[in-house]
Design a protein around this ligand. Structure first.
Ligand code: FAD
Ligand code: FMN
Length: 444
């Protein structure tokens, strides 16, 4: 059994408090920078679906509450000059793909990290977000930490790793922040609570398909008003059999439609049992059951500053959800400069939302609709093949200022599409589009 030695613990506590006080004293010098509008503390985030961004904003406000001048900054905005001029930076970095950086960090990881000055003046810390079920756990956060140390920067404290949002690890980060800010308050960072929703309608969209069943599921709050969201946002659903690990789904509808719609593919495990969340949503939950759900802002996949640009929307399977929400929002706003490239298996059985998409195209509200089916021809044909053939058209749309949104599978589709776009536009130009927020992905 573990015993706790009160003398050692009080000694340790004293050291922690003394260290915290020292840091706070060192780091809270009167700020010339604050007077000139430059923050003392950079809180840099590399985020794909918004968790790291949310934690960066909370981090910056915690430091500000303690009287420090801090600003949260997307890593796409961080160049070598800003970094070499900084003396204090906190990095909050998630990992994507297979140990890769999030899209917004592509230029930083590719160019800045390859060719940066020494950072001897920099004091830093890293909060790495990840999921230990992936082989390369916290790959980007770890690489960033190692790179900062190799450039001569000094760690304020050891890297903290957050496995699937683990509250204890986030608490450890908050604890370090209270020391830095010299406050004893532990800020309340709790995410919004889950609400109770009920299923209004559930329709299988691919009856007879060779692929797993895919459902369009409409939900409304069991009580009260519909929350607000924007096209591009996600929901998190807690399955009764696995309530501690919420699953994310792209929202396919807009608030004006009065309900949240999802496109959910039913997953099976190797032993034939149903996926915890998809099984619950597609098969088990009835209209009388409470579905625990909350809306999550997905700022990087919203239209944002791209609202006035032409849009190229690319996706496959359930990825149509996020793209359909964008199309609906655009059409409602009178913006018809939209090109959808959608891929599935078989035109007869898997052309999701076909009537609606063709109606939008025929009435001129969807400028171009390309649907590609992998199982209809002699050789498989995917969205990336169409993009490779249409390189000229892609360049034309980008030259007219278009933004690109990709939604759907990470395996196969996202990397194939990335390669096709990189060869049509050039890899640097594509990284530049990502850094400008004109190339956005919601891939899983
Ligand atoms: C940003 C984002 C957006 C998403 N959007 C959508 C969307 O719009 N539509 C959609 O359908 N999905 C979407 N997903 C995927 C979704 O979140 C879920 O991962 C998916 O529905 C599977 O969850 P599940 O609980 O049904 O399956 P799980 O129970 O998590 O199983 C998933 C897979 O894990 C393996 N597995 C897990 N547990 C076991 C076990 N006990 N035994 C054997 N194998 C196991 C199996 O390979 C199984 O197929 C999105 C994901 C992300 C990250
Ligand atoms: C498609 C996908 C790929 C991922 N790949 C990894 C990975 O290789 N290693 C890892 O540790 N975490 C991985 N993750 C987990 C994310 O890093 C984790 O969910 C993180 O909290 C996301 O933060 P963000 O919302 O700021 O992007 C992956 C998540 C998704 C959805």
């Amino acid at each position: 059994m573990m015993t706790i030695d009160p003398v050692r613990w009080s000694g340790a506590l004293f050291l922690i408090l003394a260290w915290g006080g020292l840091c706070a004293a060192m780091l809270r010098r009167p700020s010339v920078a604050a007077a000139t509008g430059v923050a003392d503390w950079l809180v840099v985030y590399a985020s794909q679906t918004g968790n790291a961004e949310y934690l960066a904003q909370q981090t910056a406000s915690t430091l500000s509450l303690g009287g420090l001048s801090a600003r949260a900054l997307c890593i796409s905005q961080l160049d070598a000059a800003t970094l070499s001029g900084a003396t204090r930076a906190l990095f909050i970095a998630s990992t994507y793909g297979e140990g890769d950086s999030p899209d917004a960090a592509a230029r930083f990881a590719g160019v800045t990290m390859a060719d940066a000055p020494d950072l001897f003046a920099l004091h830093y810390a890293v909060l790495a977000l990840g999921d230990s079920s992936y082989t390369n756990y916290c790959g980007f956060g770890r690489a960033l930490d190692a790179w900062l140390a190799a450039r001569g920067a000094t760690a304020l404290f050891g890297r903290i790793e957050v496995d699937r949002g683990d509250a204890e690890a986030i608490g450890a980060w908050q604890h370090q922040l209270s020391h830095l800010a010299g406050t004893s308050d532990m800020p309340d960072w709790e995410a919004p609570a889950y609400g109770q929703w009920r299923i209004l309608e559930r329709t299988q969209l691919n009856e007879g398909s060779a692929g797993a069943p895919l459902y369009r599921i409409a939900l409304i709050p069991a009580e009260g008003a519909l929350p607000d969201w924007e096209a591009g946002d996600l929901v998190q659903v807690c399955a009764p059999s696995d309530p501690d690990l919420p699953r994310e789904y792209s929202i396919a509808s807009v608030p004006a439609e009065g309900r949240i719609e999802l496109l959910v593919r039913l997953q099976h495990h190797a032993d034939g049992s149903l996926g915890a969340a998809s099984g619950w949503l597609c098969r088990e939950a009835t209209g009388r059951d409470a579905v625990h759900l909350r809306v999550r802002t997905h700022a990087r996949f919203r239209l944002g500053e791209n609202a006035a640009r032409p849009l190229i929307l690319i996706g496959n399977g359930t990825g149509l959800a996020g793209l359909r929400a964008h199309l609906k929002a655009r059409i409602d706003a009178g913006m018809h400069d939209n090109w959808l490239v959608f891929g599935e298996r078989n035109a007869r059985l898997d052309f999701l939302c076909r009537d609606e998409l063709e109606r939008w195209r025929d009435s001129g509200r969807l400028a171009r609709l390309d649907a590609v089916f992998s199982r209809d021809g002699a050789t498989p044909r995917y969205v990336q093949h169409l993009l490779a053939e249409q390189g000229e058209l892609v360049r034309g749309w980008i030259a007219r200022g278009a933004a690109i949104y990709v939604c759907g599978s990470l395996q196969g589709m996202a990397s194939g599409v990335h390669e096709a776009l990189a060869s049509a536009l050039g890899p640097e130009a594509l990284d530049e589009l990502a850094a400008q927020g004109r190339y956005r992905r919601d891939v899983y």
